[in-house]
Design a protein around this ligand. Sequence first.
Ligand SMILES: Cc1cc2nc3c(=O)[nH]c(=O)nc-3n(C[C@H](O)[C@H](O)[C@H](O)COP(=O)(O)OP(=O)(O)OC[C@H]3O[C@@H](n4cnc5c(N)ncnc54)[C@H](O)[C@@H]3O)c2cc1C
Length: 376
Amino acid sequence: MSSADDFRAEVRDWLSRVPRPEGLHDYGPTPTPDDIAAGRQWQRQLCEAGYACLHWPVGRGGREASVAEQAAFAEECALAGVPRQFHLVGPDLAGPVLMAYGSPEQCDDLLEPIRTGEHLWCQLFSEPGAGSDLASVRTKAVAVDDGWLVDGQKVWTSGAADAQYGLLLARTGGPGHAGLSAFVVPMDTPGIAIRPLRQMNGENKFNEVFLDGVQLGRAALVGAEGQGWAVATATLGRERLSLGSNAVGMLRALEEVAAAARERGRLDVHLEGRIVDSWLGVWLLRSTWERAVDEGTPPTGSAFSVLKMISTRTYQAIGELGMEALGLDAMASEQDEPLVDRMLVAHAQSILGGTTEIQRNILGERLLGLPREPKP
Ligand SMILES: Cc1cc2nc3c(=O)[nH]c(=O)nc-3n(C[C@H](O)[C@H](O)[C@H](O)COP(=O)(O)OP(=O)(O)OC[C@H]3O[C@@H](n4cnc5c(N)ncnc54)[C@H](O)[C@@H]3O)c2cc1C
């Protein structure tokens, strides 16, 4: 057995014994406001058992776990129906960025509360005019005597309404990558206004964040002035580590689809064939993922663009199958019908973590050597 297999067995045993905080469920990378208390308590339990921030250095409370061990942990948590951590941005994005670029003081003050779940972080990158083309961020940070003055607007900020800190990408210089810098922002700083955005499944994980004359100290800068692009790109990709464990949820959803169709007398040859096609998609995802993990492929590599595309396509196909299984019941059902919720959430898959069109550009240009896309 590999060390990842041993670790998987240890985690499975722990998950079978540990008491669950009331109301805890697998809510994905960001808790809704209703999930915060149970998610935070869960993070404390992960911390006590030594399973919080697995990939962090031992000196910062992590285990320096391999990608294979992290993948095994994520999959066991998905099988047990619990989140693998309180939230994504602090442990997976802000923490590693602070360790790579932050000052010793930033690391000493900010890392431990991420690990224990005391602090929730959000990622203040996307703007109304800057998503796929992140280098066109317009939020400005101007150097003043004792620090920085920030003005601008962010959008699609997951978890901002509940976050204690944000990792901000703002313009400190001229146009393009070189004019960007990264900052740590306490979310209760005067001048920050947060407006929740209601999603079509009724949840409000997203927010608009308005920054109006926000004063930050000098120590808020992460790395050097103009190093924001390096910081931003270092944060991208880690969410792809969950792509393999998503397969667990997809297999479960396919079982629910078949059961819902059988219950309603709608399980005909046509639907059965499509369920099998999606089942094949899930196994393609699972085995391609396993190979990428075994080969130690970094989550930013082109192989992960392939995985992202397989995952998106299969996730969305299962969403549509759920609607066919429910038939007219889908229209009449409450929002909390899991198959309806799954179909609505599936739409986000082709946008988050790099849109499908951007993944196609990456594969076409980097793997197939096709001509580069014309710049707008
Ligand atoms: C669930 C979820 C959570 C998110 N959480 C956060 C968060 O916490 N913090 C944060 O900062 N952002 C977050 N985002 C925002 C996300 O990063 C952006 O939505 C994403 O980068 C796309 O940007 P956009 O929405 O501005 O679309 P645009 O970039 O404007 O794209 C619009 C359309 O044009 C296409 N397109 C764009 N450029 C090209 C091109 N060069 N070639 C071909 N087609 C192109 C796109 O594929 C898309 O179909 C989240 C998004 C989702 C769905």
